[in-house]
Design a protein around this ligand. Sequence first.
Ligand code: GLY
Length: 366
Amino acid sequence: MNSLTKVHVPLAAASYDITIGATVHEHLGRLYPPRAGQRGCVIAPQNVMDLYAGRLLDSLSAGGWEVELLPVADGEAAKNLQTAEQLCRRLAQMAFDRGSVLFALGGGVVGDLVGFVAAIYLRGIAFVQLPTTLLAQVDASVGGKVAVDLPEGKNLIGAFHQPDDVFIDTVPLNTLPDRQLRSGMAEVIKHAVIADAELFSYIEANLDRIYGREPATLEHLLARNCQIKVDIIVQDPYDTGLRSLLNLGHTVGHAVEAAAADWAIHHGEAVAIGMLAEARLAVQLGICQQHDLDRLQNLLGKAGLQSGIPEVDIDQATAALRRDKKIADQTLRLPLMTAIGSAEVFEDIRLNQLDTALRDALQNHK
Ligand code: GLY
């Protein structure tokens, strides 16, 4: 097979590896062999199964796995307690025991859902992340945050449950719709902004290669991104402090996402708007220089994250911002960019300042 890059996640008893490369899913049976008698279950949306499950199952069977296949609905609609219950019941009916493994094949939704089922079934079994979208590969599949949604909001029921391993195959990115690739790039740019000025320059110089899905470029980009996330989460696996740096752009982003009718705006698109709004606020507060904001704006523009994005109702977005759980006494804790490649968490950011930044950002998108 082609080259492989590994990123280790050192979390004591919960340590694991992220293996990155073209065609790793086709070689999974050999890369992740079963223990004696161990059973596996691949869970994926039907459209993902149709595209990728065939070769994955062949490889798992050749590697000695006894493996079942369970389809789930496509999209955010699957990420709820009802689906989680149905999956737990199917696993119980098939007599899956505590030594079994679940394989989550697909985007962030299926990774979160399957991870949640793995966290609760029999008080916790192993699961493996097989992310097929850029967003899931650089963010959701790493770090053990698993959850389902409630009608009252996204990710309101969840757990910290680290995967047993993560295998990132660059091949599915070849057929990933451009809009989804761009959405994933928002999280990639976020990681560069938080921690790696060199990566930011690399993206500026190599955007054509990235969007051209050049395998070696993607492998490098994915490995560097996973390493940045890993370096942060190993210092704060339960999200009590430093890990909130990874929420850069997300406070405004979540409000924008929630305000768009029928979730018409993609997560990464909302995060891009959020990053810019929050970076503008950082400049106003004297925390960040205008030229860093300009560089961020330019790159988001070149990456296709500044135009053609569905319109969002400004009043609904500011109302959603006011419902944010993190707000106390009209102030909140917010990670802000201090320069390209560096961010810090600031206490006591005033809600009305953020509100203005959000309004400005959405007005600029009209
Ligand atoms: N997606 C942010 C985190 O894993 O903490």
